[in-house]
Ligand binder design. Sequence first.
Ligand SMILES: O=C(O)[C@@H](CO)OP(=O)(O)O
Length: 232
Amino acid sequence: MKRLILLRHGQSTWNLENRFTGWHDVDLSERGRQEATEAGRLMENADLAPEAVFSSVLTRAIRTAFMSLDVLDRLWIPMTKDWRLNERHYGALTGLDKAETAEQYGDEQVHVWRRSFATPPPPLDADDPRHPVHDPRYAHLPAATLPGTESLKDTLARVLPFYESDIAPALKRVDTLLIAAHGNSLRALVKHLEGLSDEAITGVEIATGDPLVYALDDHLAVTSKHSLRDGQ
Ligand SMILES: O=C(O)[C@@H](CO)OP(=O)(O)O
């Protein structure tokens, strides 16, 4: 049996400030650091020892991976950082206060931007300094690949090929694999792993710092799932 652990980063400073974050690179808050360490303890108590780790290229996910693996004394395992595990890009909403945006555009519109499957937020222009074409960490990628906004559907369209090309082959080689990523990139993966409909995934939320453990058979089909924090 294989184990795939999905870990959303601990609380970030912009989670704390209730701002749309997406690809903006904020770090963990103090509580987020505690959650990352606690995630390591939960894995240790469950006798889970990841043999490889994948993360996005965003600091909050990388630090969560390191802080949880540090508890397990497994900072040495192979790590792959890839932009395709990044949070969904929040477009022109990036940096805005979520409550103020709801006051301005209405709860319903903001809910559609946050949780609909296929409707992206308004896009950023390529000359906006928040657009990823200006960020050196993506300099090796063609500009056309870099999004100015993303829906969950768009996020799934880059997470899934990466899962198939890199994560699934790694899972064939090791028994326990950790992915440290983000609320919406992990929701995309959950949709795929659990075969959820476009409608069903809109109701799924993933908590910060709570390791979700999927048991998979040798064909990488899911046989069970539970959260290490609440056991469900
Ligand atoms: O701001 C974000 O990038 C995400 C995750 O924190 O927010 P939401 O849950 O609203 O999609």
